[in-house]
Write a protein that binds this ligand. Structure first.
Ligand SMILES: C[S@@+](CC[C@H](N)C(=O)[O-])C[C@H]1O[C@@H](n2cnc3c(N)ncnc32)[C@H](O)[C@@H]1O
Length: 242
């Protein structure tokens, strides 16, 4: 059974399962100001949290982007997913690492923590933690799967999250970032994406204007590879710790 807990310190002398958290992470301003409808509104969230919706939002590419992310990991590994993702990513990651592995999903929004917990209820190897991924992680993982999180956070969060993810990647481990990318000028979806970014995803253009490694303080400590998809609209960046 999956667990849910907070990232605040636990009462001394009690196990994490028994303890009461001292505080809960605040929902960041950008979540309330930009993404309330998408990730907080309790009427809309259940409607949106479906693989078919994600598939539509990503122009039919969600399944292959999930697959290319999950394929980076192996049975027996410990994997961090620093934000919940609509659809089936977390269940597929839990299945990929298998009973000898461990999946830890974190999210800063209580309703998203609950969604992840429900999806992972049948996975004894998974834990869901209510936490802000802009705060440092307290352990190392074999891998981190950061799926379409960076384009939704302000630049200071991008920097913190990228560096926290890299810091949490253990020796020989890999951090996998799947997200938007600057598409080619003649991309047929370009005008629609301009509209989407302008009105729905205002924090995304700065991600597309940069390489993800540019947010990293210790970029040279990793070997970086980048693959693009769908005319350059999406990217998978893999950073393997040297
Ligand atoms: C991963 S992103 C977008 C993923 C993708 N668009 C989808 O289909 O779900 C959305 C998630 O990130 C979470 N999130 C945003 N900022 C976060 C932060 N600083 N720490 C942890 N989770 C965060 C939101 O609560 C939400 O569940």
């Amino acid at each position: 059974m999956s667990e849910i807990c907070e990232d605040a310190p636990y009462t001394a002398g009690r196990s994490a399962d028994e303890s009461v958290p001292a505080s809960t992470p605040a929902v960041p301003d950008y979540m309330r100001e930009i993404y309330d409808w998408a990730y907080i509104n309790p009427r809309l969230v259940p409607l949106l949290d479906r693989q078919i919706v994600v598939q539509a939002i990503l122009w039919g590419n969600a399944n292959r982007l999930v697959k290319t992310a999950v394929d980076e990991f192996s049975p027996g590994q410990s994997i961090l997913q620093p934000a919940h993702v609509y659809g089936r990513l977390c269940a597929e990651l839990a299945s990929r690492v298998g009973p000898a592995g461990r999946l830890e999903v974190r999210d800063v929004t209580p309703i998203q923590v609950a969604r992840a917990r429900a999806k992972l209820a049948g996975h004894t190897n998974a834990i869901v933690i209510h936490a802000d991924s802009a705060r440092p992680f307290d352990r190392k993982y074999d891998g981190v799967c950061c799926f379409f999180l960076l384009h939704e956070v302000p630049d200071d969060y991008k920097t913190k999250i990228v560096n926290n993810v890299l810091d949490a990647t253990g020796p020989g481990g890999k951090a996998v970032f799947v997200d938007y990318h600057q598409w080619r000028w003649f991309h047929p979806m370009g005008p629609i994406m301009w509209f989407v970014f302008r009105y729905l995803e205002p924090l995304a253009p700065s991600l597309c204007a940069s390489e993800i490694r540019e947010f990293a303080g210790d970029a040279d400590g990793f070997t970086w590879t980048k693959q693009t998809f769908f005319g350059g609209l999406y990217q998978k960046v893999v950073a393997v710790r040297k």
